[in-house]
Write a protein of this length. Structure first.
Ligand code: NZQ
Ligand code: ZN
Length: 386
């Protein structure tokens, strides 16, 4: 196991009817900016619960943060923060609203002229404006980590940011919120969380037995709850397992002491930036090709995953590893998620070259756990995913 340090300061308030606990998490002298997305919270009762719990503090609202939070819209919210002298941010939404709020937390205290520099210059935020979240969509883990991904339509870019100052102070996780989530978004959440675990697990063995088993148990739990969650999102037991699995998949715990990959996400983000494909679906497009291309480097972990998670016990390491890739692709299909770029766009020719060029222009020399996936290799992987 590699050396590591671990600190996660986010307080999790988990369970049925917990949104009312907001009241005791934000001090009464705060001036709160309540941030939300396209309006689902106004149809499913979450907005009423939140505003009731906030009745004793001053609240200003900012809605309309789109999926893949858009820089130009967030800049409007930043103006509200400054004009209204906001002191506390509250995200009520999925990964997009929470990530947008993290950007605002950083931008509110940033001294430079152009907040976009936080993303392009990789400026880490040591202390942002304090914020909390009410999670409405299990998927990203953003509710308990310090990372965010922001999109800029003008330049077709989607870039990551973060820093120790960007953990939510608290996150309220009431699994009942999944009742109103459309099936497509439930499938996205399952696929995203599943891939988060894979990114931190599908590397090479380093003998971190506990982290391997943490990762495998999250994968097994997601697989077990998938049919139940899709069939009946009002089934509280499955909703609770689903929600907690998504948070555990990306709150930093399972990545401690082990190598990480994240190349699937790096390539996937470009597909969202170029074509607007849902985040989770881009991961399903890239994952099978990525594992096939890097088969030799990853086959031991692939075989272990195949055996322990999918009960693939027949054949050699190579056989099991290959079957594990096929089984993973089949899992995405079971979620109703297509796994080829051409399933999403007819305009795919040239995509691999464009992504490789973007990585070269950004000076990204090598992705993956060995940091050896140079832009020319990325180009090959993306082409395999057409
Ligand atoms: O905007 P509203 O109207 O609220 O509707 C949303 C949105 O259309 C809807 N929704 C959310 N909760 C709902 C609901 N509809 C009905 N009932 C509810 N309870 O779902 C749609 C998608 O929401 P979004 O927040 O975009 O989804 P998700 O949570 O999957 O977030 C995706 C974003 O997170 C980033 C992605 O890149 C993408 O931009 N990621 C963030 C990560 C992080 N911070 O750690 C890691 C991830 O890998 C990912 O990159
Ligand atoms: Zn993701």
């Amino acid at each position: 196991m590699n050396n590591f340090e671990f600190k996660n300061p986010t307080k999790i308030i988990f369970g049925k009817d917990t949104i009312e606990k907001l009241e005791s998490e934000i001090t009464s002298d705060a001036k709160v900016l309540l941030l939300y997305g396209g309006g689902s919270i106004k149809k499913n009762g979450i907005y009423e619960q939140v505003t009731k719990a906030l009745s004793k503090v001053k609240v200003v609202e900012f809605g309309g943060i789109p999926a893949n939070p858009e820089y130009s819209i967030l800049m409007e919210a930043l103006k509200v923060i400054k004009d209204e002298k906001i002191t506390y941010l509250l995200a009520v939404g999925g990964g997009s609203v929470i990530d947008g709020t993290k950007f605002l937390s950083a931008a509110a205290v940033y001294n430079g002229d152009t907040p976009w520099d936080i993303l392009t210059k990789k400026i880490r935020t040591e202390k942002g404006m304090p914020f909390g979240t009410v999670l409405t969509l299990p998927a990203t883990g953003s509710e308990m980590n310090s990372g965010a991904v922001i999109t800029r339509a003008e330049t077709k870019e989607k870039l990551s940011m973060g820093g120790p100052g960007l953990f939510p102070e608290f996150s309220i996780l009431d699994p009942q919120v999944i009742r109103s989530i459309p099936e497509r978004q439930l499938a996205n959440g399952l696929a995203d969380a599943f891939t988060h675990v894979l990114e931190q697990y599908m590397t090479y063995p380093i003998g971190a037995l506990l982290q391997d088993r943490f990762a495998e148990s999250i994968l097994q739990t997601l697989i077990e709850v998938t049919p139940k969650v899709l069939k009946d999102p009002t089934d509280y037991k499955s909703a609770a397992d689903f929600m907690w699995s998504c948070t555990m998949a990306l709150n930093g715990l399972i990545q401690k002491g082990v190598p990480g990959d994240w190349a699937v996400h790096m390539m996937g983000h470009e597909l969202t930036a170029l074509f607007g494909i849902d985040h989770a679906r881009t991961l399903a497009v890239i994952t099978p090709s990525h594992y096939k291309y890097n088969f030799e480097a990853k086959k031991e972990k692939l075989a272990q995953y195949g055996e322990r998670v999918w009960n693939i016990t027949e054949g050699s390491i190579d056989d099991k590893a290959y079957a594990a890739i096929e089984r993973t692709e089949a899992f995405f299909h079971e979620l109703g998620i297509d796994t080829k770029l051409s399933d999403y766009t007819k305009d795919y020719e040239g995509t691999a070259e464009e992504i490789a060029k973007r990585f070269t222009d950004r000076g990204w020399k090598g992705l993956g756990e060995h940091q050896n996936l140079s832009p020319d290799k990325v180009e090959k992987i993306v082409k395999m995913a057409y």
